[in-house]
Design a protein around this ligand. Structure first.
Ligand code: PMP
Length: 422
């Protein structure tokens, strides 16, 4: 069956971020907990939570039950002119967990669109008040999605090159360090009157290579931007819902964003859903008797009841004592593994933030997403029953919280084996 599925897939499907000429796709027919199973029955540990989405493991029975109940009650309803109880409850419960300045929830259906909405909120926020500020501030090496707006505010590289001329102008700054903060502040000061907003991945820049910065440095930068009237968009799409060891990256920071974006782990990785939350100040700039001041954005599947039901179920699981203990256990295991690796001769850098672990394999060239190391490492781990997708020469782990201590130890053992033998 495996080879037949591969052949049928090759004839009809075009996969994301994939050079189809050289790629091979493994048919997965079942998932359970931290494992996925191919059509031959081979088991893989999903060490990257299937693109960082799966929080509680695959095919979780509690989420399945809640989604099935919703499917039998109300599967979908237009969210303009209508509302439904699951979206109301999800918004109430999410806002309760977020920093206290977050007051309103806007729904979409993936991470990129949550970012598009955040950008549009900031630009129209100025427009509605007769202020023209069109520049956006973002980190170099950032990643916020693949739609045109989200791509524009992401770091530029080979994957944005074909579209370069169509992307809007963005002011890029380095992620903060104690050393560069004062230079960055002077740069921002010079352009402050034109800058509508600053968008950033807090603490961990995921797709850019699991790059990490200090909470204190980011907080200082946020406070400075705020003092210059620049709105803050915090993209928690990757780091939200426990990934950093706390519920949100916001819980590490001493400054608050105006707008926050969520997706991925929001539904425990079961259904597509995006959320953009905002402060009262942002919302009030759209609240008017004038119809043209409404936020001009919406999708067919806005606030899908099925996805909202999945998000509520995932939140129930996330807040359970057992899950919180698992998160802390993963953090501790990663930390111990990092300590054993710091001086390894084949490692350029090893780092961790909560449940996110990353190591940079030393190579002749500079670290790169297109490094051939990926083509050596990816099959090495697959053969050993581990799904990992190195970003070039960067190996990283973002496991589901249900991963066992033993499976995580086995993954560390295989990483050491790779360092030893490759
Ligand atoms: N922001 C961040 C920080 C992300 O990591 C991603 C996805 N990797 C996105 C936005 C885009 O999300 P999506 O893939 O759901 O469009």
């Amino acid at each position: 069956m495996q080879s037949e599925l591969i052949e049928r897939d090759r004839k009809v499907n075009w996969h994301p971020y994939t050079q189809m000429k050289t790629a091979r796709h493994i048919p997965i027919i079942r998932g359970e907990g931290a494992y996925i199973f191919d059509a031959n029955g081979k088991r893989y540990i999903d060490a990257v939570s299937s693109w960082w989405v799966t929080l509680h493991g695959h095919a979780h029975p509690y989420i399945a039950k809640k989604v099935a109940e919703q499917l039998n009650t109300l599967e979908q309803v237009i969210f303009a002119g209508f509302t439904h109880p699951v979206a109301i409850e999800l918004s109430e419960r999410l806002l309760n967990l977020l920093p206290d300045n977050q007051e309103k929830v806007f729904y979409t259906d993936n991470g990129s669109t949550a970012v598009e909405v955040a950008l549009k909120m900031c630009i129209q926020y100025g427009h509605n008040q007769g202020v023209r500020k069109n520049k956006i501030l973002a980190f170099k090496n950032g990643y916020h999605g693949d739609t045109f707006g989200a791509m524009s505010v992401s770091g530029r590289g080979l994957w944005t090159a074909p579209f370069g001329e169509l992307l809007f102008d963005v002011l890029f700054i380095d992620a903060p360090t104690k050393e560069n903060l004062s230079g960055t502040k002077s740069f921002i000061e010079k352009h402050a009157s034109e800058i509508a907003c600053f968008i950033y991945e807090p603490l961990v820049q995921g797709a850019g290579g699991m790059l990490m910065h200090e909470a204190d440095d980011l907080s200082e930068l946020m406070k400075f931007c705020r003092s210059k009237g620049i709105l803050l968009i915090q993209d928690e799409i990757f780091v939200g819902f426990g990934r950093t060891g706390k519920l949100f990256a916001a819980n590490h920071l001493s400054a608050q964003a105006d707008i926050m974006c969520f997706s991925k782990g929001l539904t425990g990785g079961t259904m597509p859903l995006g959320i953009t939350t905002s402060s009262q100040k942002i919302y009030d700039a759209f609240y008017s008797n004038d119809k043209t001041k409404a936020l001009f954005h919406g999708h067919s599947f806005t606030a899908s009841p099925l996805a909202c039901a999945a998000a509520l179920a995932s939140m129930d699981l996330l807040l359970q004592e057992e899950t919180q203990q698992n998160i802390q256990r993963i953090c501790k295991q990663h930390q111990q593994f990092v300590n054993t690796l710091v001086k390894h001769p084949k490692i350029k850098n090893v780092r961790q933030q909560g449940t996110i672990f990353a190591l940079e394999w030393k190579i002749e060239e500079d670290t790169s997403y297109f490094s051939d190391m990926h083509d050596i490492l990816y099959p090495f781990f697959l053969q050993r029953g581990i799904l990992m997708r190195p970003l070039g020469n960067i190996i990283y782990l973002v496991p589901p919280y249900c991963i066992s201590q033993q499976d995580l130890e086995y993954i560390y053992f295989c990483i050491l084996d790779a360092l030893e033998t490759l």
